[in-house]
Write a protein that binds this ligand. Structure first.
Ligand code: FA5
Length: 353
């Protein structure tokens, strides 16, 4: 028999016992004291167990009433204990979370700008410093702007210089043919149509070409177009501006080469190359090992027919234009050996920038 079952139990004494036990339970400070409480009330020698054991000794007519009451008390206390143990565990955890400054911090994975975005912004900043403004244009473009306004009419053999991805061919309803722009040059005509000279803009944006990829060619890539038109602009301004751009982006030590090139919308036309990147730690070239120069842009003086097409007077205004590939510029600046790394979305590559 339990050491606590000294007096004859009654509904009143059971109720008093329950009340006392619940009050004590609420006041318990921690899980250890809750275990002590359990032993005291519900353990083998506890109050409630003793109460239940004493029932057979009662007069038969009281057994049912006291038995029911005692079982109810046992269930009540067991449920209350389970609740309290949960509460105490949660409180302990919360206190530990709030106070344990020795736990290692959770790593925060910070996003960063894509390397192309970083290079595009750096190049645009170099031109902003020289008085250019930045604008953008549509990636799905009309044949009219991508070719015709650039002195490349339908059937012109120069169309083969840009392997195009067509979206809509001309049809019987007179819809204009559309394509994914093959370069940012269509923005030349769009900008000049919208404003009078002087014009000084750079246009970053995505371009698409239906061509095989290799270490320096992607089928989708960025270009940054540049256009400056005003009275008295000469080829010397073109060279001066592009030298200054290269000095700002590559520093003073890299070399620049201009060669004659052909684009129907400029006359004369050139391409500009930068001396190949040499890895200082190995003394070797990671990109196109056998090449001393890598071409980064086409450029030239805006063709008088392009100026006439947008309503400018080529007798009064002249201008220069250029179109460069920022991924190639990034490759040459950082020694990236393959343009295809840019869009593989491999974080091991991306997190280096
Ligand atoms: C053009 O696209 C002309 N619109 C450039 C231009 C503008 C000339 C204004 C004159 C006046 P081109 O196809 O050469 O030219 O491309 C220009 C630059 O874009 C290249 O030098 C290169 O840096 C980049 N580029 C061209 N094709 C690719 C490609 N498949 N992948 C990555 N970059 C490319």
């Amino acid at each position: 028999m339990s050491q606590h079952a000294t007096e004859t139990p009654s509904p009143a004494s059971i109720s008093a016992l329950t009340t006392r036990a619940l009050e004590e339970l609420t006041a318990l400070p921690d899980a250890e004291s809750a275990e002590q409480w359990r032993v005291n009330y519900l353990g083998r020698r506890g109050h409630i167990t003793g109460l239940l054991r004493s029932i057979p000794q009662l007069e038969p007519e009281r057994r049912r009433e006291v038995g029911t009451q005692a079982n109810l008390a046992k269930n009540t206390l067991e449920e209350a204990l389970a609740r309290r143990v949960r509460e105490l565990a949660e409180a302990e955890l919360a206190a530990r979370d709030a106070l344990d400054v020795t736990l290692p911090g959770r790593p925060v994975i910070a996003g960063r700008l894509h390397p192309t975005t970083q290079i595009v912004r750096e190049i645009c900043d170099a031109f902003i410093a020289m008085g250019f403004s930045v604008i953008e244009g549509p990636e799905v473009e009309l044949d009219h702007y991508n070719f015709e306004m650039l002195n490349i009419p339908a059937g012109h053999p120069a169309r083969d210089m840009w392997n195009s991805l067509w979206v809509d061919y001309a049809n019987e309803e007179g819809q204009q043919p559309m394509l994914l722009r093959t370069h940012t040059s269509p923005m030349q005509a769009r900008v000049m149509e919208a404003q009078e000279p002087p014009v000084r803009v750079v246009v970053p944006g995505k371009c698409y070409r239906y061509e095989a990829t290799d270490a320096t060619h992607e089928w989708h890539f960025y270009q940054i177009e540049g256009l400056a038109v005003a009275e008295g602009i000469t080829f010397a301004n073109l060279k001066g501006t592009l030298y200054e751009f290269a000095r700002r982006v590559f520093g003073p030590d890299r070399q620049i080469r201009f060669r004659c090139d052909y684009f129907p919308f400029v006359e004369p036309g050139v391409d500009m190359s930068i001396s190949n990147f040499v890895d200082p730690s190995t003394g070797k070239r990671p990109i196109n090992r056998d090449e001393d120069w890598i071409e980064i842009m086409g450029a030239g003086m805006v063709h008088p027919r392009v100026l006439e097409g947008v309503g400018y007077d080529p007798q009064r205004c002249t201008g220069f234009a250029f179109g460069m590939g920022p991924e190639r510029i990034g490759m040459l600046k950082y020694g990236i050996d393959d343009i295809r790394h840019f869009y593989r979305n491999d974080v091991r590559f991306l997190r280096q920038f």
